[in-house]
Ligand binder design. Structure first.
Ligand SMILES: Cc1ncc(COP(=O)(O)O)c(C=O)c1O
Length: 470
């Protein structure tokens, strides 16, 4: 009697497609079938997953950058089983919990930059919502700036700062006074700030959609410009943070950027318990939580739950144990070098954008006539198709899991766990080379397209990038 997890799973083996089709998200279940991602994973460790047939997969998607320390990292796993064994109280609400105090202290120590207080959340989007409210309250201004292709989450406030039409369609009206400012363009930013009504500029140091990097010096100068105009500079490190790009924060490699708020989430979970954190300057904080009456003017029921705080503390311990930032730099450089070395042989391989283990592989139109015909045909059919023509055979033929980098982009994105080693890099590069070789043989390119045509519903409805590109 009672509930037994292992037998619940084994008694319902292979029902997930049917269950999701009937009760959760039939469209997503269909997407998974279409692109051949409808596997039954039964076990995971580090950067590997195993399916019910014993096949091993290399995970270069990392749960959308949640699994920086690999799946089921022993330190994090032990901390969470210790948490359960200790029967600790959580969510007493009218108390100041020890674990959130410790995690706040630890995050401040690592981030520095005069960010004095930490507001905990349950997700990245919730962190963005908090930052929006804090910025409006602290400045008394209504407007917010964001970049084209920006992705800050999909809740109502966060989607108002989303620079991808595909995520906005159908959800208007958005928050008022949310204005898009050209990417990486200081003059455009200065013009936007001159209105004098901008509460905050919310920015990803490296954009997740497409893996777009700013020019050297842009972030530092943009923060300075914002401050000159009384605008807060809010850095969204939900995806780039906690070692992903080769330093604790991505802005650690960008000179002396002075953010007013930094938003973290994803990897802080240790891959287990949803958690996020907004680190906030004290002058901003004091305007929001300005009196005893306003002590919990912004909050949420689960926002500093003990299990999430345990996961956060253990994730930071794992970060130190594996020397995560150094590994991201080392393995990222190996991948970048391997991919660069292929460029002369594969004319559709256009640009590799890399910082640590956040990598965008961009494809471009080939020069040779036959290949150009298949490139043009692919794009005429659906602008999402080409990147899928890389992602699908990586999975089908090589058991490598990765994703397209966004809607209508010819970019494949790699965000593997930071625990990958040299043989994982070789696994990926060998697989990628094989897929590229086939795509660069005109006849094979046609075959691949036929296979995609067989597999996909592209053209008849939106493709998997909508759901598989966060
Ligand atoms: C930069 C960035 N900000 C915010 C979010 C939203 O986080 P969540 O999905 O936890 O709400 C994401 C998610 O991918 C993200 O990449």
């Amino acid at each position: 009697m009672g509930f037994d997890l292992a037998s619940t799973i084994s008694n319902n083996a292979h029902r997930q497609g049917e269950l999701h089709g009937a009760h959760v998200n039939p469209q997503f279940a269909r997407v998974l079938r279409t692109i051949g991602f409808d596997k039954t994973y039964v076990r995971a460790t580090g950067p590997y997953l195993w399916d019910d047939r014993g096949n091993q997969y290399l995970d270069f998607l990392g749960g959308y950058a949640v699994c920086n320390f690999g799946r089921n990292h022993p330190t994090i796993k032990k901390a969470l089983s210790d948490y359960l064994a200790l029967d600790l109280p959580t969510m007493v609400q009218f108390e100041a919990p020890l674990l959130s105090g410790l995690l706040a202290e630890e995050l401040k120590r690592r981030v520095g930059r005069g960010l004095d207080y930490v507001f905990f959340t349950n997700s990245g989007a919730e962190g963005v919502e908090a930052a929006i409210k804090f910025a409006k309250c602290a400045t008394g201004r209504p407007a917010l700036l964001y970049a084209p292709k920006a992705f800050h989450g999909l809740s109502s406030g966060a989607v108002s700062l989303n620079g991808c039409p595909s995520f906005r369609d159908g959800f208007a009206p958005f928050l008022p006074e949310c204005r898009m400012v050209a990417f990486d363009d200081l003059a455009a930013l200065e013009r936007a700030l001159a209105a004098g009504d901008v509460a905050a500029f919310v920015i990803e140091p490296i954009q997740g959609k497409g893996v777009n990097l700013h020019s050297p010096g842009y972030l530092e100068a943009a923060a300075r410009l914002c401050h000159r105009h009384g605008t807060l500079f809010v850095v969204d490190e939900v995806q780039t943070g906690i070692g992903r790009t080769g330093s604790f924060l991505a802005i650690d490699q960008e000179g002396s950027v002075e953010p007013d708020m930094v938003i973290l989430s994803k990897a802080l979970s240790g891959g287990y318990v949803p958690v996020g954190a907004v680190l906030v300057k004290s002058d901003v904080w004091k305007k929001v939580f300005s009196s005893l009456d306003r002590a919990i003017v912004h909050s949420s029921t689960f926002h500093q739950g003990a299990m999430a705080m345990t996961a956060g503390l253990a994730a930071l311990a794992a970060y130190d144990e594996i020397d995560a930032a150094a590994r991201a730099r080392e393995m990222g450089a190996l991948l970048k070098n391997g991919l660069e070395a292929m460029k002369p042989r594969f004319e559709m391989l256009k640009q590799i954008r890399q910082r640590g283990l956040m990598i965008g592989i961009e494809f471009g139109a080939p020069k040779s006539l036959l290949l150009r015909a298949s490139w043009t045909a692919t794009h005429a059919l659906d602008k999402n198709l080409f990147a899928q023509a890389v992602v699908i055979p990586l999975m089908e033929d090589h058991r490598v899991i990765c994703q397209v980098a966004g809607h209508e982009l010819d970019v494949v994105k790699l965000i593997p766990p930071l625990v990958i080693n040299e043989s994982d890099v070789r696994w990926f590069l060998t697989a990628f080379e094989d897929v590229m070789t086939k795509l660069h043989r005109a006849s094979s390119a046609v075959n691949l397209l036929a296979r995609l045509g067989r597999n996909t519903m592209f053209g008849s409805q939106r493709g998997s990038d909508e759901v598989a590109s966060k």
